[in-house]
Design a protein around this ligand. Sequence first.
Ligand SMILES: Nc1ncnc2c1ncn2[C@@H]1O[C@H](COP(=O)(O)OP(=O)(O)OP(=O)(O)O)[C@@H](O)[C@H]1O
Ligand SMILES: [Mg+2]
Length: 363
Amino acid sequence: MSTTPTATVTFEGVSKTYADGTIAVDNLDLVCPAGKITVFVGPSGCGKTTSLRMINRMITPSAGRVLLADQDVSFLDAAALRRQMGYVIQSAGLFPHRTIEDNIGTVPVLLGSSRRQARQQAADLMARVGLDPSMARRYPYQLSGGQQQRVGVARALAADPPVLLMDEPFSAVDPMVRHDLQLELLRLQTEIGKTIVFVTHDIDEAVTLGDQIAVFQRGGHLTQVAGPETLLAEPADAFVDDFMGTDKGVKWLSFIAADDVPLHQEGVTPAGHPVAVDHERWQLVVDDEQRPTGWVAPGETSEQLRACRRTFRPDRDQIRAALDSALLSPAGLAVAVDSEDRVLGLASHADLATSIRAARTQR
Ligand SMILES: Nc1ncnc2c1ncn2[C@@H]1O[C@H](COP(=O)(O)OP(=O)(O)OP(=O)(O)O)[C@@H](O)[C@H]1O
Ligand SMILES: [Mg+2]
C-alpha cells in the first residue's frame, strides 16, 4: 500500500515557551528515524503533546527547528504538511455526523479522489485495521471505543502519509482492547513501515511499541532516548529507573530471544509408549505427530493426564514466554515447540537461568 517514502523527523535545539512563560519543551535534540516507531513517554505536563504538535506545525517552536527529511517544516505549506502527517488522538476525533466510510474517505476526497474511489479505499483500510466491512455505513456513536480508535487509525492512513503522529490514541479504551490495538498497530507497521511518533503516559505501552523511547521529564527536558531493552537494563538516571516501573527485570526478559535455551528429550514420551509406574520425573506425552497431549505426574499412569497449558517457540519467542511456559506447567518445565506445534524438547528453570545469565554477560 505504502507508495510514499517515509521520512526522518528531526528536532534540532527545539524549545517552546508559551505566552505565560511556561517552558513546555527545553532544547530538544532528537531524531525519529524513518520507518520506525518513536515513543514519547513521561509524566503529565512534560511537553509530549507540545513536541508532537511542533512536527505538524500546530504549534510553532520558540527556538530551534523541526525537520521533515531535511526540510525545515516552518518553510513548508502548513496544509500540505498536515496532509503528509496522519494524526490520531485519544478520542479518535471522528466527525459525528459522517458515516465511518465517509470519515475515513474525507482526506482522499479533499485530495481529489472520487467519492466512489474514496469508499473503496475506506473499505480496504477498514479491513487493514481489523474492522468488519458491515460497519461502513454506521456512525461513530454506533461503534465501541476500540472500534472508533481503529477508524481513527484508518482515517490517518487514508492519505498514505509518510509520517503518523499518535497522541495517546489508545488511552481511553480498556486494557484488553488496548493491548489488541497495540498488537494490531505493530502488525500494521510491518506492512506500512511509516515513521510513527507515538505519545503515551504508559511505560508498558512504550516498551511494547517503541523501536526507540524518548523519556521526558517535567519542564520539557529529554532525559534519555534508547531502545526499550537498554532503558530497562541501563537507565541513565534515577528518574528513568523509577519511571520504567517495577518488574524491569522481568520486562527485560521480553527482549531476550529464547533460541539458545538448552532443550532435553528426557521426559518426552510418545503416545502408546507405556509410562513406567515407578517413573520419577514428570512425563510429557506426545501424539503420533509429536504434539503435546498432556503431563503425567511421577508415579501416576498416562490415564491421568494434566493439561499442557503453554508452550513456547524458540524460533520466535523470548525468554519471558519460555519462563511463562515453565511456570504454568505442572512439571515446572517449559515445553518448546516448532511452528507446527511439534515438541522440540523440555527446559527446566535451571536451563532458563543459564540462558538468562548468558544474555546478561553479552549485554
Ligand atoms: N497553550 C498553552 N499555554 C500555556 N501553557 C501550556 C499551553 N499548552 C500546554 N501548556 C503547558 O505546557 C506544558 C506541557 O504541556 P503538554 O500538553 O505538552 O504536556 P503533555 O506531556 O502532553 O501532558 P499530558 O501527558 O498531560 O498530555 C504543561 O505545563 C502545560 O500546562
Ligand atoms: Mg499530552
